[in-house]
Design a protein around this ligand. Structure first.
Ligand SMILES: [Zn+2]
Length: 408
């Protein structure tokens, strides 16, 4: 296997593992789960500021719900199902029908729309064992799933604002360029031609208004509506389908979602399915391969390793590490007997972007010397270093507007 394969990197950097007893499942190790958390927290904030409210829905549901939603018929072969007493149950392969249940718990007015829900949905799909591949194709994964319930006349605006979210998020992860595919009506579909004409026109207009250049994929849409797919190219030339925006005129109707119209009638809302990353597991595979394990500082499992030069600096190193941790950084400590050059090699091997060195002089002066991936800084006081590191290591959406040092 190639050195840059995420499975090789995952093992070398001690991020995660998979084993025979859990086919297609992932055991996240502390370092890997730190990346996972950094991504989840970041997406949570971005979705919240885009007007989505986070919900959590069950993983295990009666099969009758999946029959009603149509998933059982379309997707049943890929669903894990079993009986609980005499009731047929299934693990959710996606969260969409659950979001409709939340919508349906109140009588909604046209004034309540759009309603936006987001969920880190833990999904299971019974993928054939031959197709499983590290984090790229798993049987258990978390989808950054989101849905908007809105009126027809709100679709274009909603799609446009979500395109802006996607562009921002991808740029934050280092992907300024991405491709967009526009998938139109498939041969087997629900809904009239007039409905599809309208849906495709709406989506095309919204995409154009968002400044997206789409490649049309005729016949590749979902059976319930047209979709946009966002494809990120990695450094190795591989293309990863991540985000989606799908218009859906079928599921809300099947599951009985309604709202009260302006003239006190009843209408079915449009449901827009959104995902930014797709599966978090797969997105981490993409990042690992794209950055060859050297993730940007804000995503690194440990952002700083504080290292001693000799045995006398044990205590100062621990004190510096504690302060950095207090400031919100992810910190490792290296106070072993090895030489400094050995420690530098180790930090590089573990893909820790910054080393804070405390030697005899630094310990005496209350300073640290910073070693970045590409440069060495002179020793500076911790009071000076702390806010700088804090700023450099913070996620892109939390970086202060103050111009500071260039990120390492
Ligand atoms: Zn959905």
């Amino acid at each position: 296997m190639d050195d840059n394969d995420h499975r090789v990197l995952g093992n070398r950097l001690d991020l995660f593992h998979q084993q025979e007893e859990g086919p297609g499942m992932v055991f996240w190790h502390p370092r890997g789960f730190a990346i996972y958390h950094a991504i989840e927290d970041y997406i949570r904030r971005r979705m919240h500021s885009a007007g989505f409210r986070e919900i959590r829905t069950p993983q295990l549901l009666g099969r009758s719900l999946w029959e009603q939603s149509g998933h059982w018929e379309k997707f049943g072969a890929a669903m894990f199902s079993f009986s609980d007493a005499d009731r047929a149950m299934a693990l959710k392969p996606m969260s969409c029908p659950c979001h409709v249940q939340v919508f349906n718990r109140r009588l909604r007015s046209h004034r309540d729309l759009p309603l936006r829900y987001a969920e880190f949905g833990a999904c299971h799909r019974d993928e054939p064992s031959g197709s499983l591949q590290g984090l790229m194709r798993t049987r258990a994964f978390v989808q950054d799933d989101a849905h908007v319930f809105c009126r027809d006349d709100q679709v274009e605006y909603e799609v446009g604002r979500f395109c802006a979210v996607l562009r921002q998020v991808y740029a934050d992860f280092g992907f300024e360029q991405f491709d967009v595919a526009f998938s139109t009506r498939p041969a087997v579909r629900a809904g009239s031609d007039a409905l599809w004409d309208r849906a495709e026109a709406m989506l095309a207009r919204a995409a154009r208004a968002a400044g997206l250049d789409c490649v049309v994929q005729p016949g590749e849409g979902a059976f319930y509506g047209p979709k946009l797919e966002f494809i990120l190219p990695d450094r190795g030339g591989r293309r990863w389908q991540c985000g989606t925006i799908q218009l859906d005129f079928v599921l809300p109707d099947r599951l009985g979602a309604v709202f009260v119209t302006e003239d006190s009638g009843r209408a079915t809302p449009v449901m827009i399915h959104h995902a930014v990353l797709g599966s978090l597991e797969r997105f981490i595979a993409l990042l690992l391969e794209h950055y060859r394990g050297d993730l940007p500082l804000w995503l690194a499992p440990e952002q700083v390793v504080v290292a001693s030069v000799g045995p006398a600096q044990q205590d100062p190193v621990v004190a510096v590490a504690a302060q950095l941790e207090q400031a919100g950084l992810r910190v490792a400590v290296d106070t072993g007997p090895d030489t400094l050059s050995r420690k530098i090699v180790r930090a590089r091997d573990q893909a820790i972007p910054i080393m804070a060195v405390v030697g005899a002089r630094e310990a005496h002066d209350g300073t640290v010397a910073l070693r970045f991936r590409d440069r060495l800084d002179p020793a500076r006081s911790l009071a000076e270093v702390l806010p700088m590191l804090q700023r450099l290591a913070s996620p892109p959406d939390q970086r202060s507007a103050v111009a500071g040092d260039a990120p390492p």
